[in-house]
Design a protein around this ligand. Structure first.
Ligand code: ZN
Length: 194
């Protein structure tokens, strides 16, 4: 998910702090953009928790921070495994990686203006649960339970949708969606000819 506020130049994620010496220098992954049909792929559960997975999670964080995103799902880099990363903190120092996430409970509702790294420049109000309780695994395969509310709850629900092949504009009325997508297409054409 992309935050409405761009935070250029605040990328200082240190993978070594979280993953130890196992990760190599991180590399940026290519984010695929709507309407790429690969965004509609349903991700498979992660069953192997090895150094390769840690490296992938580190690369996902690096890619998210580099793009000034607040959340990124593996689906968006064309890896169809149930992995997502988020960091909604202003200082970009609260990385959260969820592997095989499942929503146990949700409550309330909130409307939040969402963006997405796979839809550059497009924002829309979406209604989602206010609080969610999520069961997942960390990079070591240990079970974790997170209970979150507000924007972080929005972000986790948004990224979990990606793992199901779902994107945020799917929640809009077809009229609104078509209008926004036309605008996106126009902006893309202008960027291509500029
Ligand atoms: Zn997204």
């Amino acid at each position: 998910m992309r935050n409405i506020l761009d935070r250029a130049g605040v990328v200082f994620y240190q993978a070594a702090r979280i993953f130890g010496a196992e990760v190599k220098p991180m590399s940026l992954l290519t984010i695929i953009e709507f309407p790429d049909p690969r965004l509609r792929t349903r991700a498979e559960p992660v069953t192997v928790f090895d150094a390769e997975l840690k490296q992938f999670v580190a690369d996902l964080f690096e890619t998210m921070y580099d793009a000034n995103g607040v959340g990124l799902a593996a689906t968006q880099v064309n890896v169809h495994k149930r992995v997502l990363v988020t960091d909604m903190s202003d200082d970009r120092n609260e990385p959260l990686a969820l592997i095989n996430p499942q929503i146990l409970e949700k409550a309330g509702s909130q409307v939040y203006q969402e963006g997405c790294l796979s839809f550059p420049g497009l924002y829309a109000d979406v209604t989602r649960a206010l609080t969610v309780k999520v069961k997942a695994q960390n990079v070591r395969g240990e079970e974790i339970i997170v209970e979150v509310e507000g924007p972080l709850a929005v972000c986790i629900q948004h990224e979990m949708d990606h793992l199901e092949g779902k994107v945020f504009v799917d929640y809009l009325s077809s009229l609104k969606r078509n209008l926004l997508l036309k605008r996106l297409e126009k902006a893309r054409k202008q960027a291509a000819t500029a």
